[in-house]
Design a protein around this ligand. Structure first.
Ligand SMILES: *[C@@H]1O[C@H](CO)[C@@H](O)[C@H](O)[C@H]1NC(C)=O
Ligand SMILES: *[C@@H]1O[C@H](CO)[C@@H](O)[C@H](O)[C@H]1NC(C)=O
Ligand SMILES: *[C@@H]1O[C@H](CO)[C@@H](O)[C@H](O)[C@H]1NC(C)=O
Ligand SMILES: *[C@@H]1O[C@H](CO)[C@@H](O)[C@H](O)[C@H]1NC(C)=O
Ligand SMILES: *[C@@H]1O[C@H](CO)[C@@H](O)[C@H](O)[C@H]1NC(C)=O
Length: 468
């Protein structure tokens, strides 16, 4: 478990991809699809389905024929091996700044296009037949291309064409390439192709989708699970199941924030050592009624305030979780983020920013085996000015949900290290070992040389020193 925490974020993501390869059966069956027309052209408006709906083959056919009825009939199809909506959120310019985005060219094209169609959830069978659907639209056979061959092709704006660009998701032979690098490379290809179309001044309609999803998302997810899922999370690690229910904050009679944790440790640096206190026993358990005075929630902002008496010698002490929820257009989904975790004591404040690392889809809860402000931190001091530097926070087995709470139970948990079950670890380790052995073997074989001295009769003869 500890080793897991040290794995980089990218490592984790790459690993998800890897997992999806190993257990194709488990892969959720939905991929996103985006259509846009080049600058100056527009798609016909389509009543896109609600974000929860999965688009079938027939529906996709009718959406495409509607959307493409007015747009250019030079069609570009970017067909990636794998893609999930989450890729846009993880690697796109959603949480970070725009320069960070690996979808720079795609996002640029979408921005400059006057109309686009986002289908966040298309069944992968429908996505796999998108080439056929497009072919039916314009009645020409597809041409499989790469940017080099495209550059040599003379396109004619008035002759319909379907150009298909296959883009990888996993690094092929180079397994160690991260998903981020690959996506970034694919985006370069998209950029090149669009550039070529521009220089040839051929208007186009482009479609970007994938054959399979890249991520395993459990789609019962939206169905609410009982508190029993907590024990499921735990028994997986061979620990006793949760004995106590989560803390529940109610507004106007209906619950709106849930929090559960095994440990809520706060430590302050005093006279050259860390004084620590675990607030869990004051927060959870039979007969414990934490004071939630000051908490609030509405559709976009949730604030859970836990009021304590006598923590580390402070007569009043507050632990505050501040969460926001927003709709992100690029992933067609609402996400909640932990904006801040704040300590208030003795009239002072210590705030930690969690917005970069602690987030989950809006309808989900967030779970993490360890959330901390020290090693591999998810929580960063909010500003140099306040007192966060003299505090450390460390939560174990934290689960929190600030939005879309239905009843006393958490929704499906979006786990910070979701797919690292022991089985997966074993799979990874075995594969890496095998790869090492193979690489080593190959290396040895390449090192083998025939002894050319024996082979070459013209070379100098071997002299054996005579000792008499
Ligand atoms: C494009 O195709 C049309 C019809 O086939 C033809 O008349 C026209 O000359 C072509 N234009 C170019 C630039 O090749
Ligand atoms: C809750 O806090 C308010 C001020 O923020 C205070 O006036 C009130 O007495 C508190 N109530 C309880 C039950 O602690
Ligand atoms: C979640 O809450 C938002 C508003 O707070 C609502 O629009 C949405 O339908 C809810 N989603 C679910 C799955 O309950
Ligand atoms: C939700 O609460 C925040 C502050 O707690 C406030 O700024 C915001 O306007 C509220 N939003 C709605 C929709 O009531
Ligand atoms: C928290 O950190 C993120 C990323 O580091 C930053 O963009 C954001 O402005 C910070 N939030 C606050 C409230 O300081």
């Amino acid at each position: 478990m500890a080793a897991m925490g040290t794995l980089s974020y990218n490592g984790r993501k790459m690993f998800l991809v890897f997992m999806c390869v190993l257990s194709a059966v488990n892969c959720d069956d939905k991929v996103p699809l985006v259509v846009w027309a080049s600058d100056g052209y527009a798609l016909s408006p389509v009543n896109a389905p609600s974000s929860g709906h999965t688009v079938s083959v027939d529906e996709l056919g009718s959406y495409l024929s509607r959307a493409l009825s007015t747009s250019p009939h030079n069609l570009l199809l970017f067909l990636q091996d794998k893609l999930s909506v989450e890729d846009f959120t993880m690697y796109g310019g959603v949480f970070g700044n725009k320069q960070d985005s690996v979808f720079r060219n795609l996002e640029g094209a979408l921005r400059s296009s006057s109309s686009s169609l986002w289908l966040p959830s298309v069944s992968s069978t429908a996505a796999a037949s998108v080439s056929t659907l497009l072919q039916n639209q314009i009645e020409t056979a597809p041409l499989y291309m790469n940017p080099d061959t495209l550059a040599q092709l003379r396109l004619n704006a008035s002759v319909a064409a379907l150009l298909v660009f296959r883009l990888p998701y996993s690094g092929g032979a180079d397994v160690m390439m991260s998903a981020k690098e690959i996506l970034s490379g694919n985006d370069e290809v998209i950029g090149q192709v669009i550039g070529i179309m521009k220089t040839q001044s051929v208007p186009y309609t482009a479609v970007f989708t994938a054959l399979q999803p890249s991520r395993v998302v459990d789609e019962e997810s939206l169905a609410v699970r009982s508190v029993g899922s907590r024990s499921l999370l735990q028994s997986r690690r061979g620990e006793p199941s949760a004995a106590y229910p989560p803390v529940e904050f109610k507004e106007k009679g209906s619950s709106c924030i849930l929090l559960w944790a095994e440990k809520l440790v706060v430590s302050q640096y005093r006279s050259e050592k860390w004084e620590r206190d675990d607030l869990a026993s004051k927060t959870f358990g039979e007969g414990v009624m934490p004071n939630l005075n000051g908490s609030s929630c509405n559709e976009t902002h949730s604030r859970l305030v836990l009021n304590y008496e006598d923590v580390l010698g402070f007569p009043t002490f507050r632990l505050i979780f501040i969460m926001n929820q927003r709709h992100y257009k690029v992933s067609a989904r609402r996400w909640f983020t932990m904006e801040r975790v704040q300590l208030e004591y003795d009239g002072k404040k210590a705030s930690f920013n969690g917005s970069r690392h602690i987030y989950a889809p809006g309808e989900y809860s967030y779970h993490c085996a360890s959330v901390s402000s020290s090693n591999s931190p998810q929580l960063f001091p909010h500003s140099a000015k306040d007192n966060a530097n003299e505090w450390q926070i460390s939560f174990h087995d934290l689960q929190i949900q600030g939005f879309n709470v239905t009843g006393k139970d958490f929704s499906y948990a979006s786990d910070c290290a979701a797919f690292f079950t022991p089985g997966i670890w074993m799979g990874l380790v075995t594969s890496l070992l095998m790869m090492l052995v193979l690489t080593y073997g190959l290396h040895m074989i390449m090192q083998l040389r025939t002894m050319d001295r024996f082979d070459d009769p013209k070379g100098p003869a071997i002299s054996v020193p005579q000792t008499d």
